[in-house]
Ligand binder design. Structure first.
Ligand code: ARG
Length: 480
């Protein structure tokens, strides 16, 4: 090749510049660069490169001394990135090229040996798997912290009663502990989803090359083990094209956010003057710039609002992937921003929800007063008839007529005499004062999963044990 056919100085800076004669259009450079977001993968990228370099040395694909020089250079770059001193360069496209170019500056031409038997396609897939495993661990920890707060607050409120709602209409009385333990259960399944997604991120893509592996005798088992994977992936094409791991984690994040959003919505409603069930702490609310009396529940509102983003991020990546033929396509670079955004948003949301719940004040009297509404025990009245042998449908109909009688005549459901009740159904054995008693009503709801005090106390014990066990498990897991 004659000298004048060589790439321009701009073009030759690219690590793939060999076949190019002209420089990349500046707009294209900006358009295709991912360094401003994929720098979040730096430490995974370096770990992958260190494992790869060591393997190249061990298999004698490169001289041992070169492998050592590569590892030392990469470790130096890792420190530089950690210290925030790394000059990320958009002209070098992405994190992989930025690190390799910097390595060349640090260790000289030997850096050219690092990419032996490797492509950015298996490299980025490996980085992502490592990132996702870390992110799953972080999500599980964040969820655990919120669950621990819910159990703590629930423990304080085993004897606080409030109406449980369906259709946001008062339905039946429940203990506040029971109510918050409902979110404890929901969040437990969220944590399981992240743990489960991790189990499908245990195979290492490294060694799959661009698409079809390598002619070089790489030791894929060695790099897989060094990076904490169980084994190498089993199909090189799948390895470089799969992004379902990211989808799963983003789906788990979206589902978790939807749960948080429901808890958040409830805090918004509960802190209205109309409900007055809770007051958020000053540290977790904000004021109005105009109305001096306002104390706004911005934190739960934002959790609710950001849920839209996290759901959107999932839809965004699903849509990006749906038309892609095997195997790697550059479209896949679009996986990172929504993924990183979802995980950061989830992590923040879990933290602020834990803080909000931990610091809010419960207005026990407002809750109790609302739960005193005798109408909430109408079902109990029907069940009293069932205990006398009346078919449930007939009992339901009877109590419906009694409720209508109370509403129309302004009578108190809790103060109907036995005679009055018997006017509606002969099977009534007592007045509603005896039949509708809140404590008795709670005590009777002692089926597994029920809101009777003994059941809720048991549930709290189980929840505390689960928190402790999960703590031990997550602390014992060294992560990727
Ligand atoms: N920045 C790219 C991405 O995130 C890395 C892989 C690029 N591979 C390639 N052959 N262009 O997907």
């Amino acid at each position: 090749m004659s000298k004048k056919n060589h790439p321009t100085s701009e073009g030759s800076r690219k690590l793939w510049g060999g076949r190019f004669k002209a420089a990349t259009d500046p707009t294209v450079e900006r358009f295709s660069a991912s360094i401003h977001f994929d720098q979040a993968l730096a430490r995974y990228d370096i770990r992958g490169s260190i494992a790869h370099a060591r393997m190249l040395g061990r298999t004698a694909l490169i001289p041992a001394a070169d492998a050592d020089a590569l590892v030392a250079g990469l470790e130096q770059i890792a420190r530089q990135i950690e210290a925030g001193e790394f000059p990320f360069d958009p002209a070098l496209e992405d994190i992989h090229m930025n690190i390799e170019a910097r390595l060349t500056e640090a260790v000289g031409p030997v850096a050219g040996r690092l990419h032996t038997g490797r492509s950015r396609n298996d490299q980025v897939a490996t980085d992502l798997a490592l990132y996702l495993r870390d992110a799953c661990g972080a999500a599980q920890r964040g969820i655990l912290d919120l669950r621990a707060v819910l159990v703590e607050r629930a423990s304080e409120h085993i004897d606080t009663v409030l109406p449980g709602y369906t259709h946001l209409q008062r339905a039946q009385p429940v203990r506040l502990a029971h109510h918050w333990l409902a979110f404890f259960e929901l969040l437990g399944r969220d944590a399981q989803r992240f743990a489960d997604a991790s189990t499908r991120l245990m195979e290492c893509p490294l060694g799959s090359g661009a698409i079809a592996g390598s002619t070089l005798p790489l030791d894929r088992g060695d790099t897989a083990a060094a990076l904490g994977f169980d084994a190498p992936t089993r199909n090189s094409m799948d390895s470089v094209s799969a992004r379902d791991g990211a989808l799963e984690v983003m789906a788990a994040a979206a589902i978790c956010m939807v749960g948080l959003s429901r808890l958040a919505e409830e805090l918004v409603i509960w802190s209205t003057s109309e409900f007055g069930f809770v007051e958020l702490a000053d540290a977790y609310s904000t004021g109005s710039s105009l109305m001096p009396q306002k104390k706004n529940p911005d934190v739960p509102e934002l959790v609710r609002g950001k849920t839209g983003r996290v759901v959107g991020n999932l839809v965004s990546l699903l849509t990006t992937l749906k038309g892609l033929p095997m195997t790697y396509n550059r479209d896949m670079q679009e996986d990172k921003e929504p993924l990183f955004d979802s995980m950061a948003t989830l992590s923040d949301s879990l933290e602020v929800m834990a803080g909000s719940v931990a610091t809010l004040t419960v207005n026990v009297d407002r809750m109790a007063a609302a739960a005193q509404d005798p109408m909430l025990l109408a079902t109990d009245l029907a069940e009293a008839l069932v205990r006398e042998g009346v078919p449930f449908r007939e009992a339901h109909e009877t109590v419906g007529r009694i409720v209508a009688h109370c509403v129309e005549g302004g009578h108190d459901l809790a103060e109907l005499s036995r005679e009055t009740l018997q006017g509606f159904h002969k099977a009534f054995t007592a007045g509603s004062g005896d039949l509708l008693e809140l404590e008795g009503s709670f005590a009777q709801r002692d089926l597994p999963g029920g809101t009777a005090r003994v059941r809720v106390a048991e549930a709290l014990d189980a929840a505390r044990a689960e928190i402790e066990a999960t703590h031990a498990q997550l602390d014992g897991d060294p992560g990727p």
